[in-house]
Design a protein around this ligand. Structure first.
Ligand code: CP
Length: 317
C-alpha cells in the first residue's frame, strides 16, 4: 500500500490485514514495549490545516512508538497564514526529507492531490479531508467493534451480519462516509439516521438504509452498534434545521433512549462530543460506551497504517 486516502478502495483482505497488524501493535504496547525500531531514520510530518486533538496526538504517538522522527505542522502560525500554497508547503516538506505526510485539510480531495502530485514523494495518510473521508477513524472504529464482538478471537474476522446505526450530521461527516465503505466491505449493515436536512443529496444511492426516526430504528432494528456523530456547527449556516433543542429531543441519544437500548449493544462516538446534544453523559460514560477505547485503539491502528506505508523500501510511483 503506497497511500491511505480512503476506505472505499480498500479490499476486505487489505482491511483485515491492517486490523490484524493493529492487534499485533496493541499486544506489543500491552507488553510495555515502549518503542519498536520499525521506522527508525524515517521522518513523518503531521500536516494539519484544521484543528484536531485525537487524530493529531494519536498519529504523533503512533509514529514515535515506531521510532520515527515527527514534525508537527499546524497551519496556524505557519507561512500558510501568509498565503503559501499547498504545492509550496509540500515542496518544503520534500526538501526536509519527509517519508510520510499525515494531512488534515478542509478541502475534500487535498490528500489525493498531494498523493498524485510530483511535489513530494512520500506516503500520504488522509487524516480527514472536508466532508469526504477519514479512513483511520473508520479503521479504528471497525477495530473497536471487532474487539467488542469477537474478543480475543478477533484476528482474521470481519463484521459480517453486524447492524450499525450511524446517527446525526451525515451531510458534513467524513467519518460517516469512511465508515460506510469500510463496514460494507467487512459485511456489516449500515443505517443512517438523521433529520432530512442532515442527509446529503445522493445518499439514496449509497449502500445504506436511510431512517429519519431514531426511536423506530432503535426499537425495530435493535442495532448491535449505535454510533453518534458530532453536530458540526462550524459547517452549518444560520438556516440549520432542526435547532439544537429539537435535535436533542428527536435524534439525541438521551438517557431514556439509552435505557431502552439492548444491554449488549455498543455506543460509539468519534469525538469531540457535544454532551447533552447528540449524546447524554450517562450514555457516553457507560460500560456500553467505547469512546475512550476508540482513542486507545486509534494509536494501534495508526501504527499499523504507518507500518504498512512506510516500513521497508517504498514502491515506485
Ligand atoms: N475523531 C477525530 O477526528 O477527532 P479530532 O478532530 O480531535 O482529531
Amino acid at each position: 500500500m503506497r497511500h491511505l486516502l480512503s476506505t472505499k478502495n480498500l479490499s476486505r483482505d487489505e482491511a483485515i490485514l491492517l486490523l490484524d497488524i493493529a492487534e499485533d501493535m496493541s499486544d506489543t504496547q500491552l507488553r510495555e514495549v515502549k518503542k519498536l525500531p520499525t521506522l527508525r531514520g524515517k521522518t513523518v510530518v503531521n500536516l494539519f490545516f484544521e484543528d484536531s486533538t485525537r487524530t493529531r496526538v494519536s498519529f504523533e504517538a503512533a509514529a514515535k512508538r515506531l521510532s520515527a522522527d515527527v514534525i508537527n505542522f499546524s497551519a496556524k502560525g505557519s507561512s500558510v497564514s501568509k498565503g503559501e500554497s499547498l504545492k509550496d508547503t509540500a515542496q518544503t516538506l520534500a526538501a526536509i526529507g519527509a517519508d510520510g505526510v499525515i494531512i488534515r485539510h478542509a478541502a475534500s480531495g487535498a490528500p489525493q492531490r498531494l498523493a498524485e502530485s510530483r511535489w513530494i514523494d512520500a506516503g500520504i495518510l488522509n487524516a480527514g479531508d472536508g466532508t469526504h473521508e477519514h479512513p483511520t477513524q473508520a479503521l479504528l472504529d471497525a477495530f473497536t467493534m471487532r474487539r467488542r464482538i469477537h474478543g480475543d478471537a478477533s484476528r482474521g474476522k470481519d463484521l459480517d451480519g453486524i447492524s450499525v446505526a450511524i446517527v446525526g450530521d451525515i451531510t458534513h461527516s467524513r467519518v460517516a462516509r469512511s465508515n460506510l465503505w469500510l463496514l460494507r466491505t467487512l459485511g456489516a449493515h449500515v443505517t443512517f439516521v438523521a433529520p432530512a436536512t442532515l442527509i446529503p443529496f445522493g445518499a439514496a444511492e449509497w449502500p445504506a438504509t436511510i431512517s429519519y426516526d431514531l426511536d423506530q430504528t432503535l426499537s425495530e432494528g435493535r442495532p448491535d452498534v449505535v454510533m453518534l456523530l458530532r453536530i458540526q456547527a462550524e459547517r452549518m449556516d444560520a438556516a440549520f434545521f432542526p435547532n439544537e433543542r429539537e435535535y436533542s429531543r428527536w435524534w439525541g441519544l438521551d438517557d431514556e433512549r439509552f435505557a431502552a437500548m439492548r444491554s449488549d449493544s455498543i455506543v460509539m462516538h468519534p469525538g469531540p462530543m457535544n454532551r447533552g446534544l447528540e449524546i447524554s453523559s450517562t450514555a457516553a460514560d457507560s460500560a456500553q460506551s467505547t469512546v475512550l477505547e476508540q482513542v486507545t485503539n486509534g494509536v494501534s491502528v495508526r501504527m499499523a497504517a504507518l507500518y504498512m506505508l512506510l516500513a521497508g523500501e517504498r514502491e515506485g510511483a
